[in-house]
Design a protein around this ligand. Structure first.
Ligand code: ACO
Length: 311
C-alpha cells in the first residue's frame, strides 16, 4: 500500500499536480507542510497586533474603517490556514497550544513596533508587499488546501498593499513633517521586510526539499530580489528613499544590487529576542485567556443544539 502510495505521490509531484488531504503522502512532506502552514497561520494572527494598535487612533473615519477591514482580513487568513493545517491531521487545539506556549515560530517582522501612523503605511506597502511576493507562487503549492487558501489571501493582500502605499503617498505629499514621518517609517521597515523572505539560500535548511516537493517554487533569495526590483521604482513614485547606500541597478544582472542585511539581528529576533517578542506573545495569551468563556459558551450551545436534535 505504501509503495503504491509513494509511486503515485512521486507521479503527482512530477506532473506538477496536486496532493489532496486523503492522498497518501510521505511523513516528511506532511511534517514540512504542517510546519510552514502553521507558522504562516500564526504570522497572520500575531500580525494583527501592530496595526490593531492603530485602529482607535486612525486619523479619519475612512482610514479607521479601512484599517479595521484589513486587520479582520488577517484574522480570516489565519483561520483559512489553521483549517489547511487541520486537513493534515493536526488539531487546532494542538496548533494554538504551540503558539500559546511560545514553541511555534511566526514571522520575524511582527516583533517590530508600529510607532507612528506612517508605520501603518509602511507595513501595508512593504510588509504586505513582501507577503504577496512570497505568496503568489504559493498559490501553486502542491498541497491543494494550502494553494487554494493562498489565492484568496493574495487577492486581499493586494488591497492591503495598495492601502499602505496610498497612506505613504498622502504623507509624502503632505507637510514636511508628514513626509519625514513617512521616510522614517520606510527607514525602519525596509530591512526587516527584506528579511521576511527567510535566511540567505546558503543558510536555509528547508528550501531545497520544499522546492523539490513543489511547495516553495522559488528560493528565499530569488523572491527577495524580485521584491527589491519591485519596490525601487515604487519608492521613487512615492518620493521616498530606501535606506541602502549599496542599492544600485546592475545592468549585467538585470536586477538591483542591494547591501548585506543584518542577519545577526534576524536570527536574534527569530530566537525570541526581538524588540517586541515578549509583548506580542503576552498579548496573544491574554486575548486567548479572556476569550475562553466565549469558546466555552459556544461549545455548550452547540452541545445543547445537538442534544435537542436527538430528542
Ligand atoms: N521569521 C521567522 N522565522 C523564519 C523567517 C522569518 N522571516 N524566515 C525563515 N524562518 C525560519 C523558518 O521557519 C525555519 O524554521 P524551522 O526550520 O524551525 O521551522 C528557519 O527559519 C529556516 O528557514 P528556511 O529553511 O528558509 O525555512 P522555509 O523553507 O520554511 O522558508 C519562508 C521560510 C520563506 C518564510 C516559508 O516558510 C514561507 O514561504 N512561508 C509562508 C509565508 C509566511 O509564512 N509568511 C508569513 C508572513 S506574511 C503575513 O503573515 C502577512
Amino acid at each position: 500500500q505504501a509503495r503504491v502510495g509513494w509511486e503515485r505521490f512521486q507521479e503527482i509531484i512530477a506532473d506538477d499536480k496536486r496532493i489532496e488531504p486523503r492522498d497518501w503522502m510521505p511523513d516528511d512532506y506532511r511534517k514540512t507542510l504542517v510546519r510552514q502552514v502553521s507558522q504562516h497561520a500564526h504570522s497572520e494572527i500575531i500580525g494583527m497586533q501592530p496595526e490593531g494598535n492603530w485602529i482607535s487612533r486612525a486619523p479619519s473615519l475612512k482610514r479607521k474603517s479601512v484599517l479595521m477591514a484589513k486587520v479582520q482580513d488577517e484574522a480570516g487568513h489565519g483561520l483559512y490556514l489553521y483549517s489547511a493545517a487541520e486537513t493534515l491531521g493536526t488539531s487546532r487545539d494542538e496548533t494554538y497550544e504551540q503558539l500559546y506556549t511560545g514553541k511555534a515560530k511566526y514571522s520575524s517582522i511582527f516583533n517590530y513596533p508600529a510607532r507612528t501612523w506612517a508605520d501603518v503605511g509602511a507595513v501595508g506597502w512593504l510588509v504586505d508587499g513582501a507577503a504577496i511576493t512570497n505568496q503568489v507562487p504559493l498559490c501553486r503549492a502542491s498541497y491543494g488546501p494550502y494553494g487554494r487558501a493562498m489565492v484568496r489571501v493574495c487577492k486581499e493582500e493586494s488591497f492591503h498593499q495598495r492601502q499602505g502605499w496610498e497612506i505613504l503617498y498622502t504623507l509624502s505629499h503632505g507637510t514636511q513633517a508628514q513626509k519625514q514621518m513617512a521616510q522614517d517609517a520606510v527607514d525602519r521597515f525596509y530591512g526587516p521586510a527584506l528579511q521576511m523572505f527567510g535566511p540567505p539560500d546558503a543558510e536555509s535548511p528547508n528550501s531545497q526539499q520544499s522546492m523539490a516537493w513543489n511547495i516553495k517554487r522559488f528560493s528565499n533569495d530569488v523572491l527577495r530580489q524580485r521584491f527589491v526590483d519591485m519596490i525601487v521604482p515604487q519608492a521613487e513614485a512615492l518620493g521616498l528613499t530606501l535606506p541602502d547606500p549599496d542599492l544600485k541597478w546592475n545592468e549585467e544582472r538585470g536586477h538591483y544590487d542591494y547591501g548585506e542585511l543584518d542577519w545577526d539581528e534576524f536570527f536574534s529576533v527569530v530566537k525570541g529576542d526581538g524588540p517586541l517578542n515578549h509583548q506580542r506573545l503576552a498579548h496573544y495569551r491574554a486575548a486567548r485567556d479572556n476569550g475562553a468563556w466565549v469558546r466555552e459558551a459556544a461549545a455548550a450551545y452547540a452541545d445543547k443544539q445537538a442534544a435537542a436534535q436527538q430528542d
